[in-house]
Each structure stands twice: as C-alpha cells, then as structure tokens.
Design a protein around this ligand. Sequence first.
Ligand code: SF4
Ligand code: SF4
Length: 210
Amino acid sequence: MSTNTQLAEKYRNNFLKEVEEQVEMGDWVKMCMQCGVCSGSCPLNFQSAWDHPPQELFMMIRAGKREEVLTSSSMWNCTSCYNCTVRCPRKLPITLIMHGIAEYAHRLGLAPKMQATRFFSGLFWNNCTTTGRVNELKLSMGLYFKDGFVQGVKNGLVMKNVALGLMKARRLNPFELFGGHKCKDQKGIHAMLKKARDIENTRKVAKVAA
Ligand code: SF4
Ligand code: SF4
C-alpha cells in the first residue's frame, strides 16, 4: 500500500488532524481565524496561476478537501516574501506552513510534476549537491530544456544576447558544461547529506507509523 493510501486511510474524514500531525508547522492551521489579511497581503493573489491563497488553503484543510489541497500548485507558487507572516494577527508562520504543505504533497507523490517552481527546486538541489557548488550553466540549460528539446533551443535563442554578454564579461564559461568547479571535499558533502536524509526519513517513517 502506498504511503498516500496508508495516510488517507489513517486520517479518513479528518484532514485537519492529518495536517497537524504530518505537515511541518501544520498544527498552526487551526489558529487561523479567516480574517483574510494574508491573502490581501500576498503579492501573488489575483494572479491567474494562484489558485488558492493561504487563507483559502487553510479553510479547505478544515473542510477536508484533501486531494484539492495536496494536488494544488498554490503552495509551490509562494515566493517566501513573508508578507503574510509578518501581518497575520494570529502570528501564524504562514510561509513555513505553505512550504510544509508543499513538502508533504511532494512526499506523497501528489505535487504537480512539472510545476515550474517544484521543477526548479529539484533541479537546483541536484545541481548543487552533485559537486557541492552550483553550476549555473547546467542549471540554466536544465531549466531551458524542461519542456523538451525544441522548446529548449527556442529558449536558448531568446536568451542568446544575455549569454553572450555574460561570456564577454567572463561571467559565463561554456566549458563549465563539461565539468565545472567543485568543492574540495565532495565525499564529505555527500556523506553529510546522506546522514541528514537518513535522519529525516527515519523521522518521517515514525510519524506515519505513529
Ligand atoms: S492572516 Fe492569519 S488569521 Fe488571517 S486568514 Fe491569514 S492565516 Fe488566518
Ligand atoms: S510568503 Fe508566500 S503566501 Fe505569504 S505573502 Fe508571500 S508569496 Fe504570499
């Protein structure tokens, strides 16, 4: 049985409890009094890509709209500007709750696969943890070719003047594509990340089983 099915069964009809117990900072959601200050302060509200601002997401959690919340792209669109957090009269750590819900959706395999911010987070993480240093060229290429080869070439052509300018200013080295700079102790970085991942996985498994 998948972790998602297991948890959906466990918390049947009580999505709020699931969020409180499984989502980082999720136990704050019940404190929301639906004043709407967060949504009114959010620079992304009223944008077409922004399905549900924080206030609405919190209301949906209480209403048990599990699938709608966890498959939403809203949490992924959050820019972490912290406007909502500093203005919430109940002092909810809204930005962190948004990140917590996004991480939970990702963990359950429900997050929208090709949502741009989610895609970029994965790309950035894999890029910087491979060698311990970010390879900007590979990172940009990965983003340009996200929607296939043809689109990648088109994106590259649109950005060619910027790339040439960066090369002239010696801020971009095309040979970085074949390796690039690395940190001195790559093995040490990998060992540290593995240890952190093991600790986190053990904590998550214990939470699911509890
Ligand atoms: S500002 Fe705080 S209390 Fe008001 S709706 Fe947003 S989260 Fe809820
Ligand atoms: S931190 Fe995220 S949810 Fe909060 S106001 Fe900024 S963009 Fe909106």
